[in-house]
Design a protein around this ligand. Sequence first.
Ligand code: BUP
Length: 473
Amino acid sequence: ASEAVVHVAFLPSAGMGHLNPCLRLAALFLGNGCKVTLITPKPTVSIAESNLISSFCSSFPHQVTQVHFNLIPLDPTTVSTNIDPFYLQFQTIRHSVHLLPPILSSLSTPLSALIYNVSLISAVVSISDKLLCPTYIYFTSSARMLSFNAYVAVLADSDPAAQPHPSTFIGDAVRVPGFTSPIPRSSVPVAFLLEGSNSFQRMIMEDSRNLTKLDGVLINSFEELEGEALAALNEGKVVRGLPPVYGIGPLMACEFENVDEGQKGSMSWILEWLDEQAEGSVVYVSLGSRTETRREQIKDTALGLIECGYGFVWVVKLKRVDREEGEDLEDVLGSELMGKVREKGVVVKEYVDQMKILGHPAVGGFVSHGGWNSITEAVWEGVPILTWPQYGDQKMTSEAIKMSGVGIWAEEWGWGTQKVVEGTEIAKKIKQMMSDESLRVKAREMKDAARKACGVGGSCEVIIKRLIEEWKR
Ligand code: BUP
């Protein structure tokens, strides 16, 4: 008899930081002979997401089925007008999740597993008895952050007098069991600490309690990068009863991610410019796909980059969502400063092929917001990192990077969304990163470890094979 087909469904959430790892994970399972169904919430928030989904589906025409998931909009009277559109999409998907069981049960091949985004935990747990297959989340941040997410409900429940919102029970620092260094209150995502209970906090608490109901957690990390956190999670030190946490990373860029035709112009121009620069002499600067750089900060960043003395590729996001009308960079910087910037480096406002830039031999350092995908991509390429957290989990990921030795964190800069950092300060930190030989050595060692983890017989392959075997039973 022919072997049963292992059929895995993937449900991503909003934003490239959530879609990229989902599709990279799906590509790994495809590479191991699985059939994949990609459930795509519609409409997407950004054009970049739509492009990537189309490219993924057309790259695997025989192995991937795309299922459109038409979302039910939230009641507009309950939605605040200045809400982050990506966060709004998380809520909309959660609100529409009850539509999934009939969609999934109508698939022609029964599902072996559902792997879905971390932002949907409680919503999917509430329908999991109707799904008839094991359910896993893919976690989009560090194992350190996962530990905090898992522990926060324990912390709340251990103090019956505490109010339900974390600002009341998170003191100066959180000591997560199994960790040598505590998580300072100042590193905790701001949304946790807002006074009063808000919908984000309620979601986090509910999700934290529901982690034990999952069949497993797939995380873009690996032993050498975050050994302590992965061990603490899997040995039951953080929270008893957690399902296995599979450090399946680093998840690597795939062919289907090549940027679309419209953007090839600026990409080939960046690569040509990089080809002319000396090895390790260029700084790559990008504060992520969801951070619109504040206008007050743009000029100082330009001044810092000019002063640092290194060449640079600088990606400036002038709008949060790429569908919106945007200004010209020259209007923001002024023509004189723009001219000086262009003499020393390259500046673009388009979405770029980040992996190609990080993989170029001329790139010797990365100024990053600390988005976990960006971090693991730099690790894969052995590029030292300077983190400049902007919001959310990014101080926590900065801690993980600092502890692993592959990067430094500009702690005194605080949150990038709250404080303007002067050009001279930026130049100083870039010079520190670029001239630190120990960082370079550690980054190279971590690159080797990353490649081993993803190579033949490495941790990634072992985990995929083990899961596939389990699902066949
Ligand atoms: Br911007 C940008 N090109 O121009 P993170 C991002 N990316 O390929 P985020 C590009 O988007 P969260 C660009 O390689 C990474 O895979 C980048 O994810 C890619 O940060 C992804 O680094 C961005 O996790 O998400 O998007 O700000 O808020 O989840 O940290």
